[in-house]
Design a binder for this molecule. Sequence first.
Ligand SMILES: *Cc1c(COP(=O)(O)O)cnc(C)c1O
Length: 222
Amino acid sequence: MIQQNLLDIKSQLPNHVTLVAVSKTKPVADLMEAYNAGQRVFGENYVQELVEKHEALPKDIQWHFIGHLQSRKVKLIAPFVNLIHGVDSLKLLHEINKEAQKNNRVIDCLLQIFIAEEESKFGLDEKELTEILSSEEFKNLKNIRIIGLMGMATFTENQDQIKKEFQKLKTIFDKINKETIGKDAINRVSIISMGMSGDYQLAIECGSTMVRIGSSIFGNRK
Ligand SMILES: *Cc1c(COP(=O)(O)O)cnc(C)c1O
């Protein structure tokens, strides 16, 4: 079932879109099934779970952290994580930079932008994003690399609203790529991580280059 789901979804994705298989709460056997169907990029939301799965599974898997990351837990994933999606503060960037340095690596990050209507969603607004990118402090963080933006739409059936929110993220993405603010520090911004099981087709229409899909691959979570 997992393998078939994966193949079905992959057959619908354009070549420029990366599929992150969101495997939170699922057992390693399920991840292995996806792995055996060729999937190498997995996304997890919880640090402890990510660490355990990293230890248990093949080493050529690329692990993305897609949850809300607490500063004090960065050190646990810094040795191996390939991409951190939800970064939304300079404080967290500092911490990731520090732990990356200790591990002699550069860690790729996406900045999370707040696009939803819900109060509960994390993320930066456009002004905060610009402030971070143009700060001297940020430019001195040599062990992180901002390679794109991430966003989550409102949990709603209203397709027009979701579309508007995705378009907003795309507009911000195009703007920071055009403006000079990012030129030195972020000249490789190329990823827009948006779209989940319920809305990834719409996200791709709106410019997404990375979709995070869980339940459509692995089935519903408990
Ligand atoms: C759980 C989760 C997903 C996947 O959600 P599905 O609806 O199961 O595809 C994607 N992104 C984030 C940030 C998540 O927490």
